[in-house]
Design a protein around this ligand. Sequence first.
Ligand SMILES: NC(=O)c1ccc[n+]([C@@H]2O[C@H](COP(=O)([O-])OP(=O)(O)OC[C@H]3O[C@@H](n4cnc5c(N)ncnc54)[C@H](O)[C@@H]3O)[C@@H](O)[C@H]2O)c1
Length: 472
Amino acid sequence: MDNQASNAEAPHSEATFFTGVARELAERISSKQAIIGIAGLGYVGLPLAVEFAGRGFRTIGIDLDPERVRRVAAGDPSIEGTSGEVLSRVVREGMVEVCTDFSRAGEADIVFICVPTPVTTAKNPEMTYIESAACALAEHLRKGQLIVLKSTTYPGTTEELVQPLLEQQGKGAGVADGFVAGRDYFLAFSPERIDPGNSQFATANTPVVVGGVTRTCTQLAVLAMKQVCEQVHPVSSPRVAEMEKLLENIFRSVNIALLNELAQLCDRMGDISVWEVVEAAATKPFGFMPFFPGPGLGGHCIPVDPYYLSWLARRHDFETAFITLSARINETMPHYVVEAVMRAIARQPVRLSDARVLVLGVAFKRDVSDTRHSPALRIMELLSRRGVTHLAYSDPHVPELDVPGAGFRLASVALTEEALRSFDVAVIVTDHSAFPYADIAEHTRCIVDTRNALKNIVCDREKIMLLGGGDL
Ligand SMILES: NC(=O)c1ccc[n+]([C@@H]2O[C@H](COP(=O)([O-])OP(=O)(O)OC[C@H]3O[C@@H](n4cnc5c(N)ncnc54)[C@H](O)[C@@H]3O)[C@@H](O)[C@H]2O)c1
């Protein structure tokens, strides 16, 4: 095994650095002979599979969900996060094979674990997906394989959870003292930075961080990631890489919370728009980065990942005050928006029970269809609990929606003039680019705008109640 301390240092050259099975794997990667395995074909795993396949690597995708496998195998163009055309092509050419069978992992030289890492109802890490994937991989682990965990998780997961599962549960075939990371197989953590809906940054031009259990593990994972990413940044351990990913997401959560608090203060003061303040502050070319308020956090990552660190901190007798405070502020935002909608209804000549409310945008962010943890779901649930019975939504990316907290299912409303005129209040929760904002402003009686989506509308401003604009 190699030296952990010098883990992040670059080798003199790939050929001279690697020996034994590591060298064989490095050669297979460099010559594109390496077979890639991806466990978990979701928002993270599928684009990665397509990226490797597109670069000439035979790729095997494994997912426990047979329906997901069926859709990927059919090159379903409605799958988000990857172009349907490219997906169909790599599937048709046989560069991506998909299955539910973990025994196929034994064929792969490199396996990326891209399974979910949600939180439990008590907001503790839900590790069963990683555990189950690691146990299934252990059964088929073979000499010379590289395993890379990509799921966002708490520092220590790769070495304290995944490594023992691979080594204790694995067969360690042909090795008397079992498999040892860095000698028989290789293990690293490399967090995912994919930003669904971002047309500027994709896998190739988004730098990626890699931390291996040993120096050889790091360098093999760097070599693997270099096949699909222009810039790879090695760090000294998986723990650093795990913590780095959490820092990225906590950084966003904390800064958004700061702006959400400031937005509420501006509303209280009534004569300052937080949006104008941020725009002005952003003219500073150094030391400031613009963040914006909104109706609350959504998506798979930002509302969830900070809890992984606060859970770990508690195990070290430490309280992560920033995380707790920002979560508290961000989680109150849907309530704040609902209060604004209630005031908007009260201004109309309509009883609450007769009021017709339209939610514009239910995906968790602009121009995507992902509704996981979307603040729109919470807002609709809260409105329904407050007695709004005529509730509808419109979202060009989400044709149908279950609102679990309210127990109903709705279909997206088409934004015709007649439809817009039929609502008493519209609330803009997600600022999709496809929305006809001028029509919305013209034909809707009252609009609660939580995203400053109507910033370019000059007429009809009196109808608009802007979050952080002094109106809510
Ligand atoms: N979605 C994002 O934008 C994003 C960005 C960065 C990081 N991440 C992180 O990446 C990880 C995956 O997220 P995602 O959004 O791709 O999740 P997802 O829910 O879209 O996909 C996960 C897939 O894994 C499959 N799966 C579950 N258990 C499995 C198992 N044991 N073996 C094989 N497949 C299994 C599921 O069926 C599903 O298809 C999470 O840790 C997440 O926090 C996500």
